[in-house]
Design a protein around this ligand. Sequence first.
Ligand code: 3PG
Length: 280
Amino acid sequence: MTSTPSMTDKIALIDQWCSAARILPVITIEREADILPLADALAAGGLKVLEITLRSALGLSAIRLLREQRPELIVGAGTVLDAAMLEQAEAAGAQFIVSPGSTAELLDAALQSSLPLLPGVASASEIMLGYARGYRRFKLFPAEVCGGVAALKALGGPFGNIRFCPTGGVNARNARDYLAQSNVMCVGGTWMVDAKAVRAGDWAAIENATRQALQALDAAPPAELRATSTCVPSAPSSASCRPYDPVAAGVGPAASRPPYRDPEVFHEYRAPACRAVSPS
Ligand code: 3PG
């Protein structure tokens, strides 16, 4: 008999997958024939952690097929709305679960499940619903609508040990800004999975868009961060100030990013990176 992994183990898995992936593509399968070539195009472009939504009737069979045929990928189920869907996703072989929002029923069911759940939240109260049950990793959804980067900065105050995957309105223009936030572990979205290209079976276009999405994260830093080398420590006062460094800010190449250690889960504290300020 196998025992249910602890929340600490589940968080470690989420951190490992998210920091390696940086972008979690949100995929809705419309045709069975698209499943393998679409996953292959995303993987060839550099995205090997996939969220398959249960919005279409093919969601569960896509998860099952990918787990059988592409064991090298990490495949999660998205748009999981209740305990019954969680059970179906687990039976199909999903390795993680993502929900757009949080209900007590789903949060409780996932505690009994062997799979890590990334519960959706759009407010402090929803975070607290999960926090009380031990959850420390959330999907911020819909990220742009519920305040975007400014909301993440604000939530970082009361929820210093929480990390997010912002999703909903994230795109090529703003993904890097999101990833520069110290409480963002990865971003999610559909922008590299162009529906027209999928319908046309243009897998080269999907692979290319995926590669570009990842390359954009390593491009020049956002203007506001590039503007100056003056910075203010976010906390504590011992944090040293230094010029903008994309690797230190967490937006450098994945391989060079230091592994994140949650102060609560791993009992290791790290001073938050400096926050750059614009020159006056
Ligand atoms: C999701 O469920 O995460 C969203 O549908 C993704 O939103 P996007 O299409 O704005 O990326």
